[in-house]
Design a protein. Sequence first.
Length: 277
Amino acid sequence: MSLPAKNPSASAEGSTPAKAIIGVSLKMYFGYQRSVDYCRDVAAIALTHPAVQSGEIELFVLPTLPVLPEAARILGPSGTAAGAQDIFWEDEGAYTGEVGGKNVAELGGRYAEVGHAERRRIFGEDDAVIGLKTAAAYRNGLTPVLCVGELQQGSAEEAVTRCAAEIDAALNRARSLGPTRRTIVAYEPQWAIGAPEPATPEYISAVITGLDAHLRALPGQENSRVIYGGSAGPGLITKLDTAVAGLFLGRFAHDPQALKTILDETATRLAAAEVTV
């Protein structure tokens, strides 16, 4: 069984929220041992990082499911949490091959990613399914990392309208099934996922400013935040508006030292924001 995170207040319900959020998905790139080694490297970085240790930065890693128990055990004492890249909408039953939120929580997971563009495209998940999975995360005490993003690049206003509708569809469905909790929304424009470069900082900032205001005005979502994903890497966080709470990272954080750079940049941005207040 996993140990609790050293700084659980960073994401616990009813506590002071973290000032920034950094998440990493390993997707299915790493094997078991490489994933474990990666988690050890991240834990070593987090354990000596002042902003992670103070709870200013909420840090989590989503490995493949077989790695989750060991990842949670390794990461927890460093103030870093682990979670799952997907969950089923039911907690138990005759659903061959699926894994419910109840199991994820028992394995030490504290987050559940739902609605990623690859799940939508490859597996045909629609707003109804994503809403059910979001509800499953809530009732099992997991923080959903709800992925939204427009298919084609257009104006920032069009992206806000499209993505706000995706947020509403998921959360309205979840709310109809039970109490909702804090949500992390990962804005990932589908046209930027896997691209050589992310969307421009101006575009990201404009879209997330609109989405953040929309999300936090919803019932029970006052402490929820929006982060950016989609070819995000070192150097990006320093160029974004402070409405962007953080980053949801993929391949550009698979090098632990790149992740450390991003944590350092995030801490520097937080310090600069405090000076200007």
